[in-house]
Ligand binder design. Structure first.
Ligand code: G4P
Length: 530
């Protein structure tokens, strides 16, 4: 095996998806602790002294409200090289969060055991299913009062439409949480919470199901219930079919507590064993083998103005095949230009490490002289294929963009066009009025602040954003459709995107169905494949 193959084979690149507060940061932190990338709990999110996670951006960007970046955390564990792609949540939730998922080979879905599947998880899950990547579920906070275990699995299956296969099974929850039973090894890992100097952890002991010591920890009622549930599961639960797992049709489920560091290493071990190294990707020349010697990558995100002093623009690319060598020329397919990627870096939170090489599975950030666009392909000179584009995701907030100084129309148009090209916001025009009514659409409201700030600071244009009541957007599949010929469009706004594709904006999803019912043959899409 060549060194390049060896390096690629040991890579695992995944994203963690969850609703805010389910425990994504805490879980990430525990992973990093196992990998030795950090050595104290609290480094990812120093709870008391520093407000931000390692995976968050610099304070200065926070202050300016422009932290819409996802970064990658790379660490080594058990001879694997692991890349966790950070998917910004909370107030930083934006289209970039979705785009980052396009760069992952699998996803870990963290669910709060007391809440089940929540809104943001549903959105992120939908994006993962576009690519049919494997999804592993970690049901967190078992040390708190949880929903019934069978109900939790039902919830995942019915809300998300994915089958589940519990890999382990919890014994009680909250104050009565006693551990998990591993269905493969038939071993119980017992849980006893201990508090050491402020940070939480658990005493974990592995016992066979028939070990008499188990009865000291698990009372008779729980013991009998566990046996009944195991029997039920073995009879009724879905078999672990790795083929279905790899297609994202079946999710292996694990239970634990990130805060107490319980069940995390087991999860990580199973996860690494069950996931694959970087997968082939679809391109204009068919599937590209990640193990091929030739370097290739695609741009999944562009971040402007990360450094106020330099006002630079960084393009984040996911390496899809071969080895990246910073000393060698690469070919940018869309512009047809041969170039050296400038200042390639691995972006880890506030620190940036200059890179000399990277392998398929890794993410690099490079200085972008306003050349790259989202979805662009970079490959070895002599190659010319293009990776499948990144879809445009449905914005959920809309505002009319009103320019306050009409003298500056030119700068204004330049600004909005450039910012939209970078993918920082989506722009739409009124179906009839065209560009005299511009509407900005975003996935996360922070993107509005970014737009306003950048128009004022970079282009000298003051704008007012007038919020619109729409929350749902659908592309009309047949782009030739005349929207004026559609019936029952009261309360629906007709717009075009910048390429002239027709779209409809709705205030609720009930109206979407009503419009579909009244317009035979009309097909609407939530994602636009570019
Ligand atoms: P997020 O990144 O998904 O938003 O979640 P994060 O890890 O920040 O966790 C959200 C809250 O849930 C935190 O508490 C965290 O300590 C807590 N938490 C995470 N995992 C567990 C768990 O297994 N059990 C319990 N009981 N709690 C857990 P917080 O009060 O919001 O923050 P802090 O005061 O602890 O900083």
């Amino acid at each position: 095996m060549s060194d390049v193959t060896k390096e690629i084979k040991r890579r695992r690149t995944f994203a963690i998806i969850s609703h805010p507060d389910a425990g994504k940061t805490t879980l990430t932190e525990k992973f990093l602790l196992y990998g030795g990338a950090i050595n104290t709990a609290g480094s990812v999110k120093g709870k008391a002294n520093s407000k931000y996670a390692v995976s968050d951006w610099m304070d200065i960007e926070k202050e300016r409200g422009i932290s819409v970046t996802s970064s990658v955390l790379q660490f080594e564990y058990d001879d694997y090289c692991i890349n966790i792609l950070d998917t910004p949540g909370h107030e930083d939730f934006s289209e970039d969060t979705y785009r980052t998922l396009m760069a992952a080979d699998s996803a870990v879905m963290v669910i709060d055991a007391s809440k089940g599947v929540e809104a943001q998880t549903i959105k992120l899950f939908k994006v993962c299913t576009l690519r049919h990547i494997p999804i592993f579920t970690f049901i967190n906070k078992m040390d708190r009062e949880a929903m019934d275990t069978f109900d939790l699995l039902d919830d995942i299956e019915s809300v998300l439409g994915i089958h589940t296969c519990p890999m382990n099974w919890p014994i009680g929850s909250g104050k009565a949480f006693r551990g998990v039973y591993d269905r493969e090894s038939k071993i119980v890992s017992t849980f006893e919470a201990v508090s050491t100097g402020g940070s939480k952890s658990a005493l974990e002991t592995d016992l066979a199901l028939d070990d008499p010591k188990l009865k000291d920890i698990v009372d008779e009622l729980q013991f009998n219930q566990l046996n009944e549930e195991i029997e039920l599961l073995d009879g009724a639960a879905e078999e672990l079919d790795m083929d279905k797992v790899s297609k994202g049709e079946l999710s292996p489920v694990f239970f634990g507590s990130a805060l107490n560091n319980f069940g995390i290493e087991t999860f990580l071990k199973y996860f690494l064993k069950m996931t694959t190294s970087p997968l082939p990707r679809e391109s204009s020349e068919g599937l590209i083998d990640p193990l091929s010697e030739d370097f290739s990558a695609f741009v999944f995100k562009i971040q402007a103005n990360m450094n106020k002093a330099h006002r630079d623009r960084i393009a984040f690319m996911r390496v899809c095949s071969g080895r990246f060598d910073a000393t060698k020329d690469v070919y940018h397919v869309q512009s047809g230009r041969k170039l050296k990627l400038s200042q390639p870096q691995q972006i880890m939170a506030s620190s940036r490490k200059v890179l000399e090489e990277a392998y398929a599975g890794d993410v690099i950030g490079v200085f972008d002289p306003a050349l790259f666009s989202i979805g662009d392909t970079i490959c070895a000179p002599g190659k010319k294929f293009e990776y499948e584009g990144i879809p445009t995701f449905a914005p959920e907030h809309f505002a009319r963009l009103v320019q306050l100084n009409s003298m500056k129309r030119k700068q204004f148009m330049k600004g909005v066009t450039e910012i939209a090209q970078e993918g920082a916001v989506q722009l739409f025009q009124d179906y009839q009025l065209g560009m005299s009514e511009i509407i900005a659409g975003v996935v996360g409201v922070l993107q509005f602040d970014v737009l306003k700030y950048r128009l004022e600071n970079e282009y000298g244009c003051e704008v007012r954003l007038e919020p619109l009541p729409y929350g749902y957007i659908r592309w009309v599949k047949d782009v030739e459709t005349d929207l004026n010929s559609l019936k029952r469009l009261n309360d629906v706004k007709k717009v075009k995107d910048m390429k002239g594709n027709p779209l409809l904006l709705f205030t609720n999803d009930w109206i979407i169905n009503m419009v579909l019912d009244n317009n035979e043959g009309l097909e609407l899409e939530e994602f636009k494949r570019n």
